[in-house]
Design a protein around this ligand. Structure first.
Ligand code: FMN
Length: 186
């Protein structure tokens, strides 16, 4: 397992922050180094252990293989295809809309699936890998391609997974100040 996640892309941040947090960012250039089956298993193991309302675990992840890669790539909007084609793995994140326990709508499904996405993204970084989420996908076509029922399943986003190409590093996205997202109410 690589432990180089305190990389050159670290953001200026508060001392004491967990290094994996600052080491995660979303690249648009990947090396052609494949992602191994063992790495994939660990990434989705992290997703599996995420918290969820009623422990429903509404998340599902679909990843490309050599056989489906070109098909998966075509499900992205052109702007994303342009860079995502360098990634060795393309995937889609899906949430089950309804509770398995009673069939009622699970309004927390997307929230819970987001936490699983973050867990897998941080596990990826711990392995030396990177993820990049994509809302720019042809949603209708993803439902069809994956055989999903829009009444039962919500396609959340696409993603790429792989080893970053350092030559394609971009400026990191800015963040709101902490005061803008956290209010201690007294
Ligand atoms: C659900 C979701 C959808 C996104 N959609 C796209 C996209 O379609 N294309 C793209 O280039 N980046 C996309 N992004 C990446 C964001 O722009 C990026 O996460 C944000 O700017 C923060 O940067 P960072 O992830 O490098 O920290 C998406 C991210 C998420 C979580």
């Amino acid at each position: 397992m690589q432990t180089d996640y305190q990389n050159t892309h670290n953001r200026v941040s508060l001392a004491g922050l967990e290094p994996l947090i600052t080491a995660r960012w979303s690249p648009r250039a990947y090396l052609d180094t494949p992602v191994t089956q063992d790495e994939l298993a660990l990434v989705f193991e992290a997703a599996r252990l995420s918290p969820s309302c009623y422990n429903e675990q509404p998340w599902r992840f679909y990843t490309s293989t050599d056989a489906s890669y070109d098909h998966f790539l075509e499900l992205l909007v052109e702007g994303n295809q342009a860079w995502a084609k360098s990634a060795p793995v393309i995937g889609f994140v899906v949430a089950s809309r309804n509770f398995e326990r009673n069939g009622k709508e699970n309004v927390h499904a997307a929230f819970d699936t987001g936490s699983a996405w973050m867990a897998m993204s941080l596990q990826a970084r711990a392995l030396g890998l990177y993820t990049h989420g994509m809302g720019g996908i042809h949603y209708d076509r993803v439902y069809t391609a994956l055989g999903l029922d829009p009444d039962a399943d919500q396609v959340i986003c696409g993603f790429t997974l792989g080893h970053v190409d350092p030559a394609g590093a971009e400026e990191l996205s800015a963040r709101k100040p902490r005061e803008a997202i956290w209010t201690a109410v007294s």
